[in-house]
Write a protein that binds this ligand. Structure first.
Ligand code: HEC
Ligand code: HEC
Length: 157
């Protein structure tokens, strides 16, 4: 039954407008995803990087953006498979950098083109990867424009 429903759901998702304000952690995520990939920062939505990007992230956990996020091989493999399975297929979500950053994708830059440069450097923001600084419900996978509060600028809309 489940398998019969999947093509239907995929079609329904493709029919939605391009604006995605809901990016929840996909159902069925291994518990290690929140536990390991959510211990230093928000567990980033898998749909914000492509499969080759996630493979590069997961192949260099010992050199993880200046940190060491190494895992045992079984967990590493399990999380890589999960991330790749839910990765973006849209080329605009290809990351940049080594390891690649989702905050450097064409999609991310476009969605955030209205954010003034000074805001990214604000002490309350520190980094574009600090989603919750402006999206207070990011942890719940909600990025709705109505909820956005930009430090120093206030409510977005
Ligand atoms: C030991 C702490 C730690 C753990 C554990 C960790 N990360 Fe990170 N991660 C970081 C740091 C530090 C950064 C850089 C944040 C910044 O630039 O603001 C980062 C950045 C990232 C970025 C890039 C964000 C951007 O700027 O686009 C991705 C993607 C990422 N992590 C994925 C993961 C995944 C997947 C896991 C689990 C396998 C994980 N992280 C576990 C510390 C960690
Ligand atoms: C400095 C504040 C700030 C940070 C940090 C930030 N965003 Fe945003 N984000 C915004 C603003 C402002 C908009 C709305 C831009 C517009 O519509 O003009 C936005 C829009 C979005 C949208 C589109 C929402 C919609 O309704 O279409 C998504 C999705 C999103 N951000 C995800 C993220 C993710 C994921 C992160 C972290 C990796 C992040 N943002 C970090 C300020 C921020």
């Amino acid at each position: 039954m489940r398998h019969i429903l999947i093509p239907f759901f995929s079609a329904a998702i493709l029919a939605l407008p391009a604006h995605a304000d809901r990016l929840p952690v996909p159902a069925g995520a291994p518990p290690a995803f929140a536990a390991e990939c959510g211990s230093c920062h928000l567990p980033f939505p898998p749909a914000l990087l492509t499969a080759p990007d996630w493979k590069r992230v997961m192949a260099s956990l010992d050199k993880h953006y200046g940190d060491n996020a190494s895992l045992d091989e079984k967990t590493r493999r399990e999380l890589e498979d999960f991330l790749v399975r839910h990765a973006a297929t849209d080329r605009r979500k290809a990351g940049a950098g080594d390891p690649p950053r989702l905050t450097e994708s064409a999609w991310f830059r476009r969605e955030h083109r209205e954010v003034p440069q000074a805001v990214w450097r604000d002490a309350r923001v520190k980094s574009a990867a600090n989603c919750a600084a402006c999206h207070p419900r990011a942890e719940a996978g909600s990025y709705s424009e109505r909820e956005i509060v930009v430090p120093g600028l206030g409510k977005h809309k």
